[in-house]
Design a protein around this ligand. Sequence first.
Ligand SMILES: [Zn+2]
Length: 67
Amino acid sequence: MASLIFQGPDAHSGQIMTPARCDRCGARANLEAELDNGVLTFCRHHGRQYFQALLTAGARLFEYPVS
Ligand SMILES: [Zn+2]
């Protein structure tokens, strides 16, 4: 049962407090990267993996509060 997984129609349309999913693996995201052409979300694992590349790309990074 995946009852804790949020399945809103549009998880990241501006609300940083909305639980989102990792764009790479679908796990619960804890990092949001805002780029000029959109927003990407990553889980802890992929956030760490792409962190340096995102900074290099000029992304603004936000961490979701861990609950
Ligand atoms: Zn991931």
